[in-house]
Write a protein that binds this ligand. Structure first.
Ligand code: FDA
Length: 308
C-alpha cells in the first residue's frame, strides 16, 4: 500500500520542498546517491572501477520544463565525459540519460529538443569511447523513448535502453530489440502504472521478467540484467550457461548502494557487473523511488528523524 503513495509523492512539488528542506534527509540520501557534484561522481566511479566493477553515471534530474535546464543537463554530461577522460576512467564506461531531463516535456518541440541534446551527449560519449543508455520513464513515454533510440542508434549503434518487465507491451518490444549488438537493460519497472498497461502483482512482474530475460539471452544482443533479486540473478546465470553465452556477451547491473557486497561477489566470480551511479543535486525523484521499492528504507528514513 505504501509504494503507490511514495511513487505519487515522487511527483509532488509540495512533498519535494518538504522532504528536501529537512537537513536529516541528506544522510539517508547518501546511501543511494554518490554526491551532489562531479568530484563525488569521479570518486565513486574511481572506487568502483578500482574494485573491478564497471559504471554507468546518471546526472540526476527529470521532468524538466525549462529549456535552459535541459541544456545544463547536456553540459553536465559533457563535463563528466571530459573529467572521465582526464582521470583515465572512460574504458567500458556508460552514461544513463533520461529524456525528460533533456526537455522532452517542453511544449511544442520538446521531443525534438530532447533528441538533439541526447544526440550531442551520445556523440561526445562516442568520441571518448564511452556508451549511452536511455533510462525508461513512465509508460506514456515508451514510444517516444524507443523512437529516439532508433534515431540515435542510426549514428551510435551502441546506444542502449532500459525496458520494464512490468509493462504488458514489453514482450512485443523485446522481439524487435533482441537483435545483434542491441544493448538492452531489463528492469522490473519503478513507476506506478495502471493495470491496463502493467502487471500489478510482484509474482506477475517476476514471471514476466523471466520470460523477457529468456528472450534476451536467447537473442543476439547484449542483455544487461538490471536487478538485485537473487532469484533473477540465479536464473540469469543458468540461462547464460544453457545458451552458451560468454561472460562478456551480457552483464549484470545494480544500483549504487544496493547489495554492494553482492555486486563485488558477482564481479569476483568472473561476471561483468556494472553499477548505476547517480549524482547531482536533483535527487528527490530518484530517492523517493528507492524508498518505494523497499518499505524498510522508509522505516530507516523515518527513524533518522527520531534518532537526531
Ligand atoms: P526487487 O524489488 O524484487 O528487489 C529484490 C531485492 O533487492 C530486495 O529484496 C532487496 O534486497 C534489494 N532491493 C531492491 N530495491 C531496493 C532498494 N530500493 N533498497 C534496498 N534494497 C533493495 N526502473 C525504471 O523504471 N527505469 C529505469 O530506467 C531503471 N533503471 C535501472 C537501472 C539499474 C541498473 C537497476 C538495477 C534498476 C533500474 N530501475 C529502473 C529500477 C528497477 O525498475 C527496480 O525498481 C529496482 O531495480 C528494484 O527491483 P529488483 O529487480 O531489484 O527486485
Amino acid at each position: 500500500m505504501l509504494s503507490p503513495l511514495l511513487l505519487a509523492a515522487a511527483r509532488s512539488r509540495r512533498m519535494r520542498s518538504l522532504v528536501t528542506a529537512v537537513p536529516v534527509t541528506r544522510g539517508v540520501v547518501d546511501r543511494f546517491v554518490a554526491g551532489e557534484d562531479l568530484d563525488a561522481a569521479l570518486r565513486a566511479a574511481g572506487e568502483l572501477t578500482g574494485d573491478g566493477l564497471a559504471v554507468t553515471l546518471d546526472h540526476l534530474g527529470e521532468d524538466t520544463t525549462d529549456r535552459a535546464q535541459a541544456e545544463r543537463t547536456r553540459d553536465a554530461y559533457l563535463a563528466l565525459f571530459a573529467a572521465f577522460a582526464e582521470h583515465g576512467l572512460t574504458r567500458d564506461a556508460d552514461a544513463s540519460v533520461k529524456l525528460s531531463a533533456l526537455g522532452r516535456a517542453l511544449p511544442g518541440d520538446g521531443e525534438a529538443v530532447a533528441l538533439d541534446l541526447a544526440r550531442e551527449i551520445a556523440a561526445a560519449a562516442d568520441r571518448h569511447g564511452m556508451t549511452v543508455t536511455l533510462d525508461m520513464e513512465d509508460h506514456t513515454t515508451v514510444d517516444s523513448t524507443l523512437d529516439a533510440l532508433a534515431k540515435l542508434r542510426a549514428d551510435f549503434p551502441s546506444t542502449g535502453v532500459a525496458i520494464q518487465a512490468m509493462l504488458r507491451r514489453t514482450e512485443g518490444d523485446l522481439k524487435d530489440l533482441a537483435h545483434d549488438g542491441s544493448r538492452v537493460r531489463l528492469v522490473k519497472g519503478a513507476y506506478a502504472e495502471p493495470a491496463s498497461v502493467a502487471f500489478q502483482s510482484r509474482r506477475e512482474v517476476d514471471r514476466a521478467y523471466v520470460r523477457d530475460l529468456r528472450l534476451l539471452m536467447e537473442g543476439g544482443g547484449h542483455p544487461m540484467i538490471g536487478s538485485h533479486d537473487p532469484r533473477i540473478i540465479d536464473i540469469a546465470l543458468d540461462l547464460a550457461r544453457r545458451t552458451g553465452r560468454a561472460p562478456e556477451s551480457y552483464e549484470f547491473q545494480m544500483l549504487y548502494g544496493i547489495r554492494a557486497s553482492e555486486q563485488r561477489r558477482l564481479a569476483g566470480s568472473g561476471q561483468r557487473m556494472r553499477v548505476y551511479v547517480p549524482y547531482g543535486s536533483d535527487w528527490y525523484g530518484y530517492f523517493m523511488r528507492r524508498l518505494a521499492e523497499r518499505p524498510a528504507n522508509l522505516a530507516f528514513f523515518l527513524r533518522s528523524f527520531v534518532s537526531r
